[in-house]
Design a protein around this ligand. Sequence first.
Ligand SMILES: Nc1nc2c(ncn2[C@@H]2O[C@H](COP(=O)(O)OP(=O)(O)OP(=O)(O)O)[C@@H](O)[C@H]2O)c(=O)[nH]1
Ligand SMILES: [Mg+2]
Length: 441
Amino acid sequence: MDTIIAPATAPGKAALAVIRVSGPAAQPMTQTLLERPIPWIPQRATLVRLWDRGEFLDQAVLVYWKKPHSFTGEDVVEISCHGSPYIVQKMVAAYIARGARFALPGEFTQRAFLHGKLDLTQAEAIHEIIQAQTPAALEGALGIHQGKLRNKIVQLRERLLGIVAHLEAYVDFPDEDVPPLVQKELEEALDCLEQELEALLRTAPVGKILREGVVTAIVGAPNVGKSSLFNALLREDRAIVSPIPGTTRDTIETECQLGGFCLRLVDTAGRRKTDDWIEQEGVRRAEAALAQADLVLYVIVAPEPEPEEVRRLLPPPGKVWLVVANKCDLGIHPDHRDRICVSALTGQGLDRLQEEIVRQLTGGLALAKEGWITINPRHEGLLRRAQEGLQRARTAWQEGASLELVSVDLRESLQALGEVIGLGCREEILDEVFRRFCIGK
Ligand SMILES: Nc1nc2c(ncn2[C@@H]2O[C@H](COP(=O)(O)OP(=O)(O)OP(=O)(O)O)[C@@H](O)[C@H]2O)c(=O)[nH]1
Ligand SMILES: [Mg+2]
């Protein structure tokens, strides 16, 4: 392994900047920059003056971490210098001139993973801790960083391994049938595993909401007040509002915080048939926003009867779907008596709408509340693979297939479970995970 370097703090001016060097040459390279030798006591802050070929770089605090007791598991030197981009640039250049390499995104964490300092779910959680946009997202990421998901997967894997071992013991004695009692026991253990996988898989939509925010599309016919509602929820005059139907053409997206959730609000063009090709494109984009949304606010007009399209439209599965009757300052038609009625103009009813949004989203969150484990799309793909393996094994078992065949399917599940925590993962997969990180992490 070569020695890598990168600033760990964000680019720009700040009080301090932290530069991290990891690898076998971290200490000798640093030695050549020091004004005078230091005792290199691990984990002790030392005030040093750094020079590069006769040029003074900065006075800084240096911490040395000796392998394996460091974040990466390698020798690490951390330099806290003044937060000047020029100092950072010169420091990095001084190490690169001495043979260090500028780190790839996430490479420090990748090395920590490769040295067994953390499993893949914990490594992913580091990225999520940094990216968390709400307290709930942070809480979830911290839990996974502490190993909650890893522990769960390790436990499921061990149980499955036990079942496979039990089964394979009979493979070696083809003349012996599996006793009915053992058969029943194994089936029950498999059932139990499947249910627990299912429970984890059900946290995927919540995980998506926590990690990426709630994609919230405001849709409806032209002129019903979608842009007005968008502005009212943002408390900002963001989208153009006018009495001319077809005002909004493009989708407009922006983020807002609501009740601990991060909403990614999307205002869309009014849905209608039109000959104007720009508006047609707008309507197409509105449909796309609707398809991608986690939460749909379908806006209609309160003083008018329920439009036919609302009766026709079925709430798409997996989405939270709220029909919002706007312009209630102009009256409320009896059709909407039980609806959420708001006025984007006067602000009437907006509190209730916001409460309802939070209530609906929290309904989903309650699922994840237990232990705060939610899975990401990578975990989801693997857990589905594990689940399919179990189901194939069960079918084969019930159809009287040979135990070898059953155990092949179970071993496929084992492999998938292992990959969640990074066991037996292909290198490309690992690279894909870590390259999403920031530089210096
Ligand atoms: N009285 C009243 N008028 C409203 C309300 N909300 C919006 N309007 C008016 O309705 C008209 C259309 O509002 P927009 O927000 O542009 O409607 P839209 O749904 O975005 O329209 P398109 O972008 O054309 O699809 C404007 O004249 C708004 O002032 C409301 O709550 N009460
Ligand atoms: Mg509009």
